[in-house]
Design a protein around this ligand. Structure first.
Ligand SMILES: [Zn+2]
Ligand SMILES: [Zn+2]
Length: 436
């Protein structure tokens, strides 16, 4: 419980604690939570059709997991991690989940299950934590839905996962979307591209922003992540990786594009999409959507064939993506995921009827009906108002004669239609057995 400001308690001035969520975190209230559940339910339903199963990993991981996988030079590891020491160990609130999934994969030797040639497909839904500047309008605790395929190096894994995402976006009604794909090459061809890019950047460094100058030294590909308009314009003239891919990467990328064509999924190849994490190689992709006029990514992912091995596991290729849940919910049409109303409000007429309706409510709830009723005997007008507030579909009238006869008055609150129903027929009329 909290109070505004200070108040006197038995003569002493007591300052009550501030009653506010931590900056960069927020509550998802019940009306909005219904929309989250809708998105999460659609994700589970669509992903499971493609053979994905849920994995739940801890929110805290050894700090080293992220410095090794996400990369020392990335913004995430440099300045956005919530790290603290617990005993002799440095732990971090996970800033993303791919590294955790790869860690779990190695720790539990899940590669054994892919020996038969079938990849392991997992998905996750949950909070991530990044200490970001609040003026960017981002949450420091944010939520992602993501999936990973481990053990498939074939281009079909990339294309099929993208196609699955397309079906998912269809399912939740996100129509404004653009798919952009790119290849960032691999250990064979990326060094050559990196060199060509650095050669191109060097004479132009003084025209680029400070972040880009640092990126040019530490991780040159990431200059393409720059949001400064002048830099973006200048970088349009930079060498593109798609021209410098090795044979294997080129073939992989072309096959991904051919399969997307076969699915009939529209996309644009854009060599400036590099994604911010070090572990990506070959395919990377994003889905962009407009928000207040500006286009930005609602989801993204790519291939990370070296990650599991980097973490001390076997050489197992991987492909995955993550979706920002906050953004997705805000872009979803308003008629999706509305909170469920109550099936029936039990209106009791008088104290004895109210008492009898307690047992009736129990029987109906046990049969799967969503029931609301007053906490004490109340005037009928007040009860009907409450029925309206909880958006009840029906009002069920319980008086002493109804209890004696076992027949109740039922009113459809949308149509006003009234009928008399026996208790044994009530459940069918009220649409019981939700969620079964
Ligand atoms: Zn820049
Ligand atoms: Zn290559």
């Amino acid at each position: 419980m909290c109070y505004k400001g200070a108040r006197a308690v038995r003569g002493a001035l007591v300052v009550k604690p501030r009653c506010q969520a931590v900056r960069g975190t927020r509550d998802v209230l019940p009306d909005e939570a219904a929309r989250w559940q809708y998105v999460e339910g659609a994700a589970r339903s669509v992903f499971e059709r493609y053979g994905f199963r849920e994995i739940r990993t801890p929110l805290i991981e050894p700090t080293e997991l992220f410095t090794r996988s996400v990369g020392e030079a990335t913004d995430i590891v440099r300045k956005e991690m919530y790290s603290f020491s617990a005993g002799s160990e440095s732990v971090t609130l996970r800033p993303e989940a791919t590294a955790s999934v790869a860690r779990a994969f190695v720790e539990h030797s899940l590669h054994r299950t892919i020996a038969a040639g079938f990849p392991e497909r997992v998905y996750y839904i949950g909070p991530m934590f990044r200490y970001e500047r609040p003026q960017k309008g981002r949450q420091r605790q944010f939520h992602q839905i993501g999936a990973e395929i481990l053990g498939a190096k074939e281009p079909l894994a990339d294309a099929e996962t993208i196609e699955m995402l397309w079906s998912f976006l269809d399912a939740i009604g996100i129509e404004d979307r653009e798919l952009v794909v790119n290849s960032v090459g691999d250990a064979r061809c990326r060094p050559g591209f990196r060199e060509a890019l650095v050669r191109w950047l060097e004479p132009r460094l003084d025209r680029l922003c400070e972040d880009c100058r640092r990126r040019a030294r530490e991780n040159p590909l990431r200059v393409f992540d720059c949001k400064v308009e002048a830099d973006r314009e200048l970088l349009l003239g930079a060498p593109t990786i798609l021209d410098l891919l090795c044979g294997g990467c080129r073939e992989h990328f072309e096959e991904v594009c051919r399969t997307l064509d076969a699915y009939g999924i529209p996309y644009r190849a854009d060599s400036r999409i590099v994604r911010g994490l070090d572990y990506y190689e070959r395919t990377v992709f994003e889905v962009l959507s407009r928000d207040l006029g500006a286009q930005s990514a609602i989801l993204g992912g790519g291939r990370y064939d070296g990650l599991v091995e980097d973490l001390g596991g076997p050489a197992v290729p991987g492909f995955g993506f993550a979706i920002g849940l906050e953004r997705l919910v805000s872009l979803m049409p308003g008629d999706r995921g509305l909170p469920a109303g109550t099936d029936v409000f039990v209106v009791s007429l008088g104290e004895p009827a109210w008492r009898a309706s307690i047992a009736l409510a129990r029987r109906l709830r046990a049969a799967g009906v969503r029931v609301a009723m007053p906490m004490s005997s109340r005037p009928m007008g007040a009860q009907l108002k409450r029925a309206d507030r909880v958006r009840a579909r029906f009002a069920l009238f319980v008086g002493e004669s109804e209890i004696a006869s076992g027949r109740y008055g039922l009113k459809d609150l949308a149509t006003g239609e009234q009928s008399s129903v026996q208790e044994k027929d009530l459940v069918a009329r009220l649409g019981g057995r939700h969620g079964e």
